[in-house]
Design a protein around this ligand. Structure first.
Ligand SMILES: [Mg+2]
Ligand SMILES: [Zn+2]
Length: 184
């Protein structure tokens, strides 16, 4: 079995842009690539889990989402790293684009995306971690039984004084460093 660190995308790995749809706007946070590198060296899979309700809402389509992910992967590759996979939830019950305007089981904090990754990579969720910038990310980690859920103070995490997170990190690199210490 593998252990994984699940990473939220917007506000955690790349800068938060409201309903990001332009690959040109993809910007890695400083230290984000280094964080992925450290986690992989420690034997963790790195898996991005992202709510992308902009698809159900009709703001952008899956092709555009894939272009955004290609840009993110390119920027990571320039820094010599790669995430193992990206899982996204395109759904939102109040959306307008069928078949995505449904009440699904993969919109965080529900754990569908973690279960998809678990199935594909044989992941031990109880020995895995979650890092994100919103409380839904912390709740997602708690819901799938993460060893710890970490809130970063980037993106929306800047304005969240109350959190159930096990650790409040400055950014993704700080979160990764904390995980490595926690694994000693
Ligand atoms: Mg986020
Ligand atoms: Zn979904």
């Amino acid at each position: 079995m593998h252990k994984a660190v699940f990473l939220d995308r917007d506000g955690t790995v790349i800068e938060e842009c409201n309903y990001l749809k332009d690959p040109e706007q993809v910007k890695l946070f400083p230290g984000a690539a280094q964080a992925v590198k450290l986690l992989k060296e420690k034997g963790f899979l790195t898996v991005i889990v992202t709510n992308q309700s902009g698809i159900a809402r009709g703001y952008f389509d899956i092709h555009t989402l894939q272009q955004v992910h290609a840009k993110m992967n390119l920027l990571l590759a320039v820094d010599g790293v790669a995430v193992d996979s990206i899982y996204y939830c395109p759904h939102y019950p109040g959306g307008i684009i069928a078949p995505f305007n449904i009440d699904c089981d993969c919109r965080k904090p529900q754990i569908g995306l973690a279960l998809q990754a678990q199935k594909e990579f044989d992941i031990d969720l109880n020995h895995s971690y979650m890092i994100g910038d919103k409380e839904v990310d912390v709740d997602f980690g708690k819901n799938f039984g993460a060893k710890a859920a970490i809130l970063v103070a980037t993106g929306y995490g800047k304005n969240n004084p109350h959190t159930n997170a096990d650790y409040r990190a400055k950014d993704l690199l700080d979160a990764a460093t904390w995980i490595l210490k926690n694994e000693l």
